[in-house]
Design a protein around this ligand. Sequence first.
Ligand SMILES: CC(C)(COP(=O)(O)OP(=O)(O)OC[C@H]1O[C@@H](n2cnc3c(N)ncnc32)[C@H](O)[C@@H]1OP(=O)(O)O)[C@@H](O)C(=O)NCCC(=O)NCCS
Length: 442
Amino acid sequence: MTTTTLNNDLQKPQPRFDDLRGILHYVPQFRQKVFVIAFDGALMTQPGFASILQDVAVLQSLNIEVVLVFGARAQVRALAAKRGITLYNDDGMGRTDAAGIEIATDAIMRQCSELVADLTALEMPVAVSNALAVHPAGVIDGVDLEFTGRIERVDEESLRALLKADIIPILPPLGYDGKGATLRLNSDAVAVEVAIELQAAKVIFVSESGLNDPDGQRLAQISVAEAKEMYKKKDPKHDVSMLSKLRYAALACQEGVPRVHIVDGTLDEALLAELFSNEGVGTMIHADDYQQIRKARASDVPELLSMMQQSVDDAALVPRSRDSIQSKIKDFFVLELDGHPIGSVAVHSYEEEGQKVAELACLFVKRSHKNKSHGRKLVAFAEETAKQRGCEIIVALSTQAFRFFEEKMGYTVTTPDSLPTSRREKYDKSGRNSKVLVKALK
Ligand SMILES: CC(C)(COP(=O)(O)OP(=O)(O)OC[C@H]1O[C@@H](n2cnc3c(N)ncnc32)[C@H](O)[C@@H]1OP(=O)(O)O)[C@@H](O)C(=O)NCCC(=O)NCCS
């Protein structure tokens, strides 16, 4: 009889060594960097919230300087309903009247106290900060927003002093105007203003849901321009909370925060998975070149050889020596994700009877990054490079990926006679009997 019961360890995918290397690659990169983590209030009432806080503790243990911000929409709404009060606004962006600020203050202070209690239980030193100098937002579009505030300044010095002492600053979505008034703030605005002032490396919005495309597929990365466009379009699929995140994410990137992440906080381990895997599990809004194909350098050769080894073992790629790559290094390109090589392609050129022919070679994508269109991008890049070199056709030899070339990239299988003579000789000698694929470059 077979048993279908597996123990917990077996059910969880085990990290492989190259995954682990990928994770460790980020650790020194993140050290002493400021991460502003802002979570939606609704998550704080869910059972999974305890593990989000444990993830925060992991980040702090890696010497990342964490600042915490939280939203309060769900709590403010719930308290207003309980007291039978109708709110003008619950997200800190519209009008907050006297009754609204009373509800918001009560709800937020309670949340704050619970958060401090939870973090204290995890032995994390925290301090609730009043580092925001706030003024009333004033009259906007003819509406007096009354007790809604606008952030005027962030007291960098006081926040730095806390971070230096390994104390996590907590910034609630409330501000004080210096004249004794309490004002309601939008938590996304708080997170971004603080991140800009502290020159944070990241803002991470831990949200009630993730950001998807119209087909419901996760958007892994979007540019600042795309985030702005999505905010402008105000697609009803994105609720007011997501639109606010898109707006403030774009602002953060424009003002020098290199990366903003939106992660679905209802997913297990979403925070760590987003930060420590190249592909992430949420959406990254980036100001710089997160993904790029660049020319290979001599210093890439050991990493290229090690990455290719699996495909060589599977006989999908021809074994190459360090010297053979080194001597043709100008033909090699590396696909980098977040400064970390995950794939490669080479473009060799031949000239015969006045016709220039390119060969696409050494195409591979690391196993942990397959099926994310990186292969297609590398082939398209190789074709573009070949065109720029004046080649009219491109050939590729493959034993196992010929269907990929045919079905995904429009190549056709041809005979080895189509190869340039010098390449044909090598082909015959290799005895690999690879399929020869060809495509005309227009
Ligand atoms: C071939 C390779 C580069 C594809 O990389 P990738 O990043 O996974 O490719 P993409 O994400 O762009 O495309 C994935 C699609 O191609 C298909 N595909 C990938 N490898 C395939 C193969 N060997 N045969 C047929 N289809 C394949 C996938 O099923 C997927 O199809 P779908 O979009 O319909 O789901 C990668 O699998 C690899 O490194 N293979 C080993 C090395 C090799 O064979 N190189 C070619 C010799 S030059």
